[in-house]
Design a protein around this ligand. Structure first.
Ligand SMILES: [Zn+2]
Length: 78
């Protein structure tokens, strides 16, 4: 989505959905929490979905994720 416009179809009917699930698939903490770690932007016209970490959760990423360059190095056997 760019400035409230769907990058796939050009519609401006964009909705925001919190990513709440009983077992989050994008988890930044192993402690149970009712606070969403991410949210979706969904185009009502074509169904295109983007997902973003919530700004107040970004600081948790380095503790639980793997930097892309390191993951690529590992995949290459290095
Ligand atoms: Zn769309």
């Amino acid at each position: 989505m760019r400035r409230g416009i769907c990058v796939k179809c050009g519609s401006d009917r964009i909705y925001v959905l919190g990513a709440y699930t009983a077992e989050p698939d994008l988890r930044l903490s192993w402690r149970p929490t009712l606070k969403a770690d991410s949210h979706f932007l969904v185009c009502h016209a074509c169904g295109y979905v983007e997902r973003y970490l919530n700004a107040d959760r970004l600081h948790l990423l380095p503790g639980i994720g793997t930097p892309l360059s390191e993951a690529q190095r590992q995949a290459a056997g290095g």
